[in-house]
Design a binder for this molecule. Sequence first.
Ligand code: HEC
Length: 137
Amino acid sequence: MHRSILLLSAITLFAAAPLIAGAQPAKPALYTADQATAGAAAYAQSCAACHGAQMEGVAAPALKGSAFGEMATAQGLTASALLDVVTNTMPQSDPGSLKPEEYNAVTAYILQQNGYPAGTAALAPGAAGIKDAKITP
Ligand code: HEC
């Protein structure tokens, strides 16, 4: 149900784009490649102990793959909300301990690991498009 509503609005918004052929709209570019690279290092240092080196989930939930995708879909999670959760509540052992640009970067890395492409605009709070970008599996 949700998917067909989403698809309908995607078709309405981007009628000229070649989306109709695919089952789902293409994932938008929401971060730069440099951010994802920096984010991978920050992730290894500050997140991997609980979420797993491959985001597979250890003491804490997986941050990619089908379980994460289902959670994101159930919550209607957007890129903006993901950035907020990471920035305000993680690492759970020491929230707020990273620099703002490290939170942006680590969130960029999560997006990359979930199949979102890099682009020219950096991910940051309030960046264009991130409130509308639903996280999908
Ligand atoms: C000390 C362990 C620990 C560390 C370190 C940690 N997390 Fe978490 N994280 C958790 C736990 C536990 C949860 C689940 C919390 C809940 O469900 O209320 C969680 C939840 C999350 C969620 C929401 C996932 C979901 O399925 O709801 C995200 C996103 C996240 N963490 C990202 C990060 C990032 C990015 C870092 C590094 C900056 C990080 N975490 C570091 C323990 C940790």
